[in-house]
Design a protein. Structure first.
Length: 230
């Protein structure tokens, strides 16, 4: 263990909340509960912000894999705060293969991606070709976060509809994408549901999540219910 790793772990255990550890561990069946320290997200974000200012930050980012869940989340928050697009992508590509749960994956929201949409699209295409489930999930999520409004294109919906995976957390992300897409681009996205472009489980889950959304009208929800696959 390096001095940097020792420092990080000691700090994380200082922030430990055992009740939160017990609660949060149940939400992540893919992570061994013994590898969850139990640090609340606001505390981890604060630590990440402080840690990024130290000389140890670069060494920590270059040291993979990590042992603890919170070390991965710290890594995710640190990447999200980077100011250079090229370095952000480099660090993501090195880190994503080690991501082993939906929470760490979904915590990565690089702040500068909104200013680099053209370059981001090229990277998303690569991530969506990955055999790594959380790299694929991350690619779909970036399409959902950045390309359902002003920069929307039906081609992006088509690319997500083509995703076929037996991984539960990939299928859930596809369903989440379509529920969000229906909320934002209902008329353009509805034909994908009407024509059953998704596998049956994901199709029904997308409808379920849409019905649970406050952004879908009552009339739209009633119609979507008729499209469920029995």
């Amino acid at each position: 263990m390096t001095e940097t790793e020792r420092f990080v772990r000691e700090r994380l255990f200082e922030l430990q909340d055992l009740e939160y550890k017990e609660f949060h561990s149940k939400l992540m069946p893919t992570v061994d509960s013994d590898l969850v320290i139990g640090v609340r997200t606001p505390e981890l974000r604060k630590f990440a912000k402080e840690f990024m200012k130290t000389d140890m930050a670069e060494e920590f980012l270059s040291t993979l894999p990590h042992k603890y869940y919170e070390e991965n989340n710290l890594h995710a928050f640190m990447i999200s705060s980077l100011k250079d697009f090229g370095k952000t992508v480099k660090e993501l590509n090195e880190f994503l293969p080690f991501v082993d749960n939906w929470a760490t994956c979904d915590m990565m929201r690089p702040v500068l991606f909104g200013k680099h949409r053209k370059e981001l699209l090229a990277e998303i295409e690569k991530w969506m070709q990955s055999d790594e489930p959380y790299t694929l999930r991350f690619g779909i999520e970036m399409l959902m976060v950045h390309f359902l409004d002003d920069d929307f294109s039906i081609e992006y919906v088509q690319s997500v509809a083509k995703v076929r995976s037996e991984e539960y957390y990939v299928k859930m992300m596809v369903a989440w994408y379509f529920a969000t897409a229906l909320a934002k681009q209902y008329d353009l996205v509805l034909p994908f549901i009407e024509n059953k472009a998704l596998d049956p489980w994901t199709h029904n889950k997308a409808i379920q999540k849409s019905i649970e959304s406050f952004r879908i009208t009552k009339e739209q929800k009633e119609y979507l219910r008729t499209l469920k696959i029995k």
